[in-house]
Design a binder for this molecule. Structure first.
Ligand SMILES: [Zn+2]
Length: 88
């Protein structure tokens, strides 16, 4: 059975040390996330708002009603991160 959902294990590249790590993210939610590189500890920001979006069918369990269509971001294999902007 093919199950799709809004959580995706996404590869992210640290802007500073260039190491790759993966993170489970909600690709239907907030496109801007601030996190910390697990390799060098540097704060980094990912913003996938510029990526195309697509509709997927989310299967629900039998006791939770019908399946539904949600819109998610269609992300590349590797998402580049950037240095977080300092506010004011
Ligand atoms: Zn790093």
């Amino acid at each position: 059975m093919t199950m799709q959902n809004n959580m995706k294990r996404q590869n992210i590249r640290c802007w500073k040390c260039k190491e790759l790590f993966s993170l489970l993210i909600d690709i239907s939610g907030e496109p801007t996330l601030t996190l910390t590189c697990p390799y060098c500890g540097t704060p980094l920001t990912i913003n996938f708002a510029a990526n195309p979006r697509k509709d997927i069918v989310v299967m629900r369990q039998a006791d939770q009603g019908d399946s539904k269509v949600i819109t998610v971001y269609d992300l590349p294999e590797i998402l580049e991160s950037t240095e977080p902007k300092v506010n004011q």
